[in-house]
Design a protein around this ligand. Structure first.
Ligand code: GSH
Length: 219
């Protein structure tokens, strides 16, 4: 039995998509950010920071999307989604695994400011501006990395493209992608994968964003 504790449109999608790439179809338990469903004793026993994703697998519970992605790659065979120890691309794989989380943190801060603060007057235009710039700089790093190849690793698609994939979809609500031609083509390329699409169907509609793009207040 594989059971994924998930918020649609969140980092949980990384785990769901990877499981679909591996041919798994986990049970999905759905939560919401603002409906209180994360704040139960039952969920705290699964995820101490009350965050998604958490994954019940192999008789244990795992949290932290990057750790779950690495665990799945290390414990499942025959997928080619992680370079072996000693492979020269292994260090790059680890670097991009964690870089994806750097990106996700900027998005999380922007989500907080644009979407989740109950009182809009408590937003900080300074923080929103800084986080938008820092997100754009971080995306530019991915744009540069994609010069000359289609995926983050020159050898081809791997699980770090899955880690990155969810963040690109969310990032495009805050930073315009027309200045990132490589990144735009990469986003379309990875979103066309059958496992990406089947994971999206299994996840159901996201509840974060109600428009394509969020301008800075006053713009
Ligand atoms: N570093 C953690 C972050 C987990 C995280 O913050 N998840 C968000 C959804 S993307 C969440 O559960 N937020 C609920 C909250 O902040 O209350 C991971 O990669 O799993």
């Amino acid at each position: 039995m594989i059971r994924l504790h998930s918020i649609a449109g969140s980092r949980s999608f990384r785990v769901l998509w990877l499981l679909h790439e591996l041919g798994e179809d986990p049970e999905v338990i759905r939560y919401g950010i603002i409906n209180g469903s994360l704040h139960t004793e039952e969920f705290r026993a699964i995820s101490p920071a009350r965050r998604a994703p958490a994954l019940e697998i192999d008789g244990r519970v795992l949290f932290e999307s990057g750790a779950i992605v690495q665990y799945l790659c290390e414990t499942r065979d025959g997928h080619g989604l992680m370079p072996a120890l000693g492979d020269p691309e292994r260090a790059d794989w680890l670097m991009w695994l964690h870089y994806s989380e750097t990106l996700a943190c900027h998005i999380q801060n922007l989500n907080m400011q644009h979407l989740f603060l109950p009182d809009p007057s408590s937003r900080s235009v300074t923080v929103m501006g800084l986080e938008t710039k820092r997100l754009a700089i971080t995306l530019q790093g991915v744009e540069q990395a994609l010069q000359g190849h289609d995926y983050l690793l020159p050898s081809g698609f791997s699980a770090v493209d899955i880690m990155m994939g969810f963040t690109l979809e969310s990032a495009s609500h805050y930073v315009r992608f027309d200045r990132f031609p490589k990144l735009s083509a990469y986003r379309d390329r990875i979103a066309a994968r059958p496992a990406y699409r089947s994971a999206q169907d299994a996840e159901g509609p996201q509840e974060f964003y109600d428009r394509d793009f969020y301008e800075m207040p006053g713009e």
